[in-house]
Design a protein around this ligand. Structure first.
Ligand SMILES: NC(=O)C1=CN([C@@H]2O[C@H](COP(=O)(O)OP(=O)(O)OC[C@H]3O[C@@H](n4cnc5c(N)ncnc54)[C@H](O)[C@@H]3O)[C@@H](O)[C@H]2O)C=CC1
Ligand SMILES: N[C@@H](CC=O)C(=O)O
Length: 413
């Protein structure tokens, strides 16, 4: 038997919208891979006066001009403005075009509409780069695990906050300079609050929930707590227990079939594969009913790793690949009637009152921390107040149904 290579065909003509960290990363990758069969035909940028690595005549200054150009085979949207990204992607899909985006904030807000639009117009939208940079997690969940029920998907989904936590834990760095380094390396969002406040990994968790469980969630329903209030005391507390603090997105099927999603700092021990996922790396542990545990690890941010995921989407589009959302027809109910065990450090007594602990197992006046169970609904309702008063919260990983002492799940991260 002889295996014939795929027939040569004309390169796919790409319209690239956005030439920042990711746009340049993709451009660079395609320059180094002329044989890959993709040509960046037009590049739209916003600011005509900004100094760039390519001559001025290489750029367009109106993304809409690319939308009107029928000679472009695929549009790649990698700008940092979620509202404008939605307008552009929506318009392209209305035209029935093929689109790749990395904009998780936009996707998490508009996914149901964008999926419906593809069904109506025949357009295709891929977004592997939107979750975990270079790690092929969306396609793994959608295509490979499309038929298998999943117990949980647990991951470090944000490179910038993981970088800051690593620098603070290993090098004893302060929070602000560690964040400045993450920004300088191109890992952070234009507004780093999205990273440090865990809004970015929450968007990514919402996307994973659609592919892992068929659950299309409103991001506001999902608890996100960040690391803006972290201090050396917290890292020492974790270390005293042989653990590290990581920002963990936990997607979990409960015994009654419902799913819950939490995105918060969490204590992670050396028994977890996520314990040694450091710097800007991301990691995802998938617990499947029949396959058991699988672990994916890779660079979660940066121009080349993210550009690599865009390249993979371009290649997938050429092969006619589209997401199936295979579990959407039997989407589970979303559960928030749970109690979560947390470590809370605050110098404000009113925060402890506000959270109304149902059980306290440990209290240290000197270090101003409390460990105990709190209703998830209270954490969601008061998350802005917690952020405002600099309270720092870490989950232990234990969950239980509201108002009972029966432990339903112990997430060992
Ligand atoms: N940097 C990273 O590691 C990753 C970024 N992403 C996502 O990729 C997207 C791009 O991120 P970065 O490249 O890091 O941001 P960036 O800030 O480096 O670049 C974005 C560029 O888009 C330009 N822009 C804004 N509005 C525009 C418009 N209407 N038309 C043309 N250009 C416009 C900005 O001027 C800027 O140069 C964002 O959605 C981000 O969340 C996703 C995964 C990883
Ligand atoms: N700001 C994001 C970039 C990739 O998604 C991160 O730090 O993970």
């Amino acid at each position: 038997m002889s295996i014939n290579p795929a027939p040569a065909s004309a390169p796919l003509r790409i319209g690239l919208i956005g030439f920042g960290c990711v746009g340049q990363g993709l451009y660079d990758i395609l320059q180094q891979q002329p044989e890959a069969g993709f040509e960046i035909a037009r590049i739209a940028v916003k600011n005509p006066t900004k100094a760039r690595t390519l001559p001025l005549n290489r750029f367009d200054f109106r993304a809409d001009d690319l939308l009107q150009d029928a000679s472009l085979d695929v549009l790649v949207e990698v700008i940092d403005d979620a509202d404008e990204a939605f307008r552009l992607v929506r318009e392209a899909l209305c035209q029935g075009r093929r689109v790749v985006t990395a904009n998780k904030a936009m996707l998490a807000r508009h996914l149901p509409e964008l999926v419906q639009l593809q069904q109506q117009t025949g357009g295709t939208l891929l977004y592997e780069a939107a979750v975990c940079g270079s790690i092929p997690v969306i396609r793994t969940l959608d295509a490979y695990f499309g038929a298998e029920p999943l117990r949980s998907v647990t991951g470090i989904l944000n490179g910038s906050s993981n970088y800051v936590l690593t620098r603070m834990g290993e090098a004893g760095a302060d929070y602000a300079p560690a964040l400045a380094e993450a920004q300088q390396k191109g890992f952070a969002e234009t507004d780093p609050t999205l990273d440090m406040g865990a809004f970015d990994p929450r968007s990514k968790a919402v996307l994973l929930a659609a592919h892992a469980y068929g659950a299309f969630l409103n991001p506001d329903e999902v608890l996100n707590l960040g690391i803006e209030g972290i201090s050396a005391v917290d890292i020492a507390f974790a270390a005293s227990q042989g653990q590290k603090i990581k920002v963990i997105a936990g997607l979990q099927r409960l015994p009654d079939g419902r799913v819950t999603v939490l995105v918060t700092p969490q204590l992670v021990g050396p028994e977890s594969p996520l314990y040694s996922v450091d710097d800007e790396f991301n990691g995802v542990v998938i617990e499947a009913d029949f396959a058991g545990e699988q672990f994916l690890r890779g660079r979660g941010a940066g121009g080349h790793p993210t550009g690599s995921a865009v390249l993979a989407d371009l290649a997938a589009l050429r092969q006619g690949f589209a997401y199936q959302y295979p579990k959407a027809a039997e989407a589970p109910e979303y559960a928030s009637d749970l109690e979560v065990e947390i470590y809370l450090r605050t110098d404000e007594d009113r925060i402890i009152d506000l959270l109304d602990f149902s059980e306290i197992s440990e209290e240290a006046d000197e270090d101003e921390y409390v460990v105990g169970y709190v209703a998830l609904a209270h954490l969601i309702r008061h998350r802005d107040t917690l952020r405002k008063y600099g309270a720092f919260i870490v989950r232990t990983g234990r969950l239980r149904p509201v108002s009972t002492n029966e432990l339903v799940a112990e997430v060992s991260a």
